[in-house]
Design a protein around this ligand. Structure first.
Ligand SMILES: [Cu+2]
Length: 68
């Protein structure tokens, strides 16, 4: 399934890479696309993916993420 998160607080491509890495290191996630312009992260995952945990991990890094 595809999940869409709003991600506030990214200011450059390093932030984008960081958020992408955070998402992709979680189990059940196959690929993440993060957009600075859209303030959004879109990723494909299966039922085992802990989306709440992913949101929390992004927030722990200082960004503000939420499920759309
Ligand atoms: Cu940055």
């Amino acid at each position: 399934m595809e999940k869409r998160l709003s991600v506030e607080g990214m200011t450059c491509q390093n932030c984008v890479k960081r958020v992408k890495k955070i998402i992709e290191k979680h189990g059940g996630v196959s690929e993440a696309e993060v957009s600075l312009e859209q303030k959004e992260a879109v990723f494909t995952c299966d039922d085992t993916a802990d989306v709440t945990g992913i949101v929390k991990a992004i927030n722990d890094f200082g960004f503000t993420a939420a499920e759309k």
